[in-house]
Design a protein around this ligand. Structure first.
Ligand SMILES: C[S@@+](CC[C@H](N)C(=O)[O-])C[C@H]1O[C@@H](n2cnc3c(N)ncnc32)[C@H](O)[C@@H]1O
Length: 260
């Protein structure tokens, strides 16, 4: 149903005022004002600027303001929305140099993913919007956790991100601290372990795993573009390393029994 023009301009104006306010008033007391505002107009938390794709969450991360991030996440702001350049709030927090904001966003994303998989709510209607026009319409795009045609589409490495052909992020540099912790946990921070990673992405976790000098390192990757990058970067020639190209569901049987 079309939104009446008066509502469009009112909502758009409110959204831009909200973004300006967030930039100018990043403190705890202002967060409670923002919270009051959001309780009256909750949809503001998930709108994005039409031109830039910037969301209030990104604006809060850019400041960076932990209080505003907490307030917006509590109001349902989607943690995984991306702007027109493919950057999410986590990228803004990295650029702002705020590890505590990055950690908060990682925690929010982890909780959301766990809840979604636990409840099996993977239909489009239940997923957060990735791009929403400010004041013009409701959500213009939804992104399921896994795109059915991802493996047959293109990917590209763009500085600090790996993007799919829709310019949605597959992996981002701000996830590095989490990958480092994964490598510590997987190896118990010891050398000589036999390790397996499914999904090379940007090779961040594999870089950390390789740094643990594993007894053997197996990497499974299904995307041709990502595999090409692995070949280019020498991963297929690396000592003590096996790269299996294909979906893990298909190639897992090629890993010798008891080798891990
Ligand atoms: C989020 S990225 C992994 C990022 C990686 N942990 C890092 O540190 O950079 C997911 C990767 O899994 C790959 N992938 C997706 N589906 C797969 C499947 N069924 N089997 C193997 N790899 C898959 C994708 O191509 C992508 O490279």
């Amino acid at each position: 149903m079309a939104v009446p023009p008066s509502t469009i301009s009112a909502r758009s104006a409110a959204f831009h005022a909200f973004l300006r306010g967030a930039r100018q008033h990043p403190t705890a007391s202002d967060a409670s004002t923002v919270s009051d505002f959001l309780s009256r107009t909750p949809e503001l938390a998930s709108l994005q600027e039409e031109e830039t794709g910037k969301s209030p969450l990104m604006a809060a991360a850019e400041i960076p303001s932990l209080h505003l991030l907490e307030t917006l996440l509590a109001a349902g702001a989607p943690w995984n929305a991306v702007d027109r350049r493919g950057r999410c709030a986590g990228d803004y927090a990295v650029a702002a140099g705020s590890q505590e904001c990055v950690d908060l966003l990682v925690e929010a994303g982890t909780k959301a993913e766990l809840l979604l998989s636990a409840s099996g709510r993977l239909d489009k209607a239940s997923l957060p919007a990735t791009v929403v026009e400010a004041g013009e319409s409701d959500a213009v795009g939804y992104q399921p956790c896994t795109k059915p045609d991802y493996l047959s589409g293109g990917v590209r490495y763009d500085g600090d991100s790996l993007l799919d052909e829709d310019d949605d992020a597959v992996m981002m540099e701000w996830e590095r601290p989490l990958m480092s912790l994964h490598a510590d946990v997987i190896t118990s921070d010891e050398k000589g372990k036999r390790v397996l990673n499914v999904g090379f992405g940007m090779g961040i976790v594999d870089g950390y795993l390789a740094g643990k000098e594993p007894g053997h390192h197996t990497i499974v990757e299904a995307h041709p573009g990502v595999h090409e990058k692995m070949v280019k970067d020498g991963w297929t020639e690396k000592a003590n390393t096996t790269v299996l190209f294909g979906r893990w569901q298909d190639v897992i049987k090629d890993i010798p029994d008891h080798s891990l």
